[in-house]
Write a protein that binds this ligand. Sequence first.
Ligand code: HEM
Length: 188
Amino acid sequence: MAATEKYSRTAIVLHWLIALLIIVNVGLALAWPYVADESVRPLIDNHKSIGITVLGLALLRLLWRFGHRPPAFPAGYAGWEKWSAHAVHWGLYLVMFMMPLSGWIMDSAWKDAATHPMYFWHMFEWPRIGFIMNLPPETKLKVHDIFGEMHELVAYLLYLLFFLHVAGALKHQFLDKEPEFQRMGIGR
Ligand code: HEM
């Protein structure tokens, strides 16, 4: 396979790192309803640090993408496969930003935010969004609920796009016998 048919090393590292962090973050969120109240705090705190890390990495990835064209799709892909793959990829970019941003806004509107500072990976205090923290309590409650709802709904969109993305990759790899995994750094 020619070097141009593969993603760049940076794109590959960012792809797998972000995928792993998102999977862990969804896993934490789905697990914490089953965890006792006194043990749940560290899970939520780590969820927030992972989410903010994803936001930073997603920004890097988008900037990298603008400067480095991804390899062209193999010639054998049908038109509908190309446009649907593009649509799913841009949908995933949208979700990579909307999940952390809705979480950060919800967290900034949390009524107890002032008394529960958020620490980024236990290293330093991560800022809440100041103007949201300073809203009147009733407005803050509404903002918290709206963005909490959005966080949940975008998670459903994430599950759908993730499913389509993985199903497409598996189809190309195993049914069409195209080196799809190799384009993203798995195998030669
Ligand atoms: C990659 C980024 C993120 C992903 C994939 C993610 C995913 C999720 C999921 C799947 C849920 C459960 C939704 C439900 O079904 O109820 C959740 C809940 C939550 N997330 Fe995130 N999240 C991300 C980033 C963040 C960030 C950056 C923060 C805050 C700074 C945050 C704060 C929360 C909180 C507080 C909840 C609990 C909401 C509630 O039940 O009241 N999340 N997240």
